[in-house]
Design a protein around this ligand. Structure first.
Ligand code: FES
Ligand code: FES
Length: 186
């Protein structure tokens, strides 16, 4: 029974949940964290991007069996770092989204980039965001928003990446049961 954290809340997975269940199903169908989107299901679009221990990952192709005990999963609902808040503010300021479907994945990738590089170049941005597809072609505004967010973080004085994060285990989230699993797979 793997135990990991989703947005700092502990999640226990019942042994009866199939090991090949994608993390995306657990997030959306069992934990009702529907900000993470399903697009392609084959790691090609980035709509399902979450962070695993701070690094971007495509949750549609991460099976439960690949999630080690204690791993921190962060979804768009749980982003609390200074970089993430700066990204979200820049997205709003520059009115980045059109239909919005891809945008939570875009924000997750952008926040992970800024956590790694305070002042990313165009090449850094292109490399980090290459796997996030936007059918509305908001790419120009995405790049501008990342630069805007990077400037805001630098101006505010440093990364402070984890300063707003809470301690583990304060709130214990619902266990994911075999019954839930069947609902996912139905
Ligand atoms: S739904 Fe996961 S990358 Fe497209
Ligand atoms: S805003 Fe519509 S797909 Fe990106």
């Amino acid at each position: 029974m793997p135990t990991f954290f989703v947005n700092q809340a502990r999640v226990d997975i019942a042994a009866s949940v199939p090991a090949d269940t994608p993390l995306l199903w657990i997030l959306r169908d069992n934990l009702n964290l529907t900000g993470t989107k399903y697009g392609c299901g084959i790691a090609q679009c980035g709509a399902c991007t979450v962070h695993l221990d701070g690094k971007p990952a495509r949750s549609c192709v991460v099976p439960l069996s690949a999630i080690k005990t204690g791993v921190e999963v962060t979804t768009i609902e749980g982003l609390q770092t200074r970089e993430a808040k700066a990204v979200q503010a820049a997205w709003e300021k520059l009115d980045v989204p059109q239909c919005g479907y891809c945008q939570s994945g875009q924000v997750m990738s952008a926040a992970a980039l800024l956590a790694q590089k305070k002042s990313p170049t165009d090449a850094d941005i292109d490399a980090a965001m290459a796997g996030n597809v936007c059918r509305c072609a908001t790419y120009v505004r995405i790049r501008a928003a990342i630069k805007e967010a990077a400037g805001a973080v630098v101006k505010a004085g440093g990364s402070g990446a984890r300063e707003l994060q809470l301690a583990h285990g304060d709130a214990v989230k619902p266990s994911v049961s075999g019954d839930d699993s069947r609902a996912v797979l139905a």
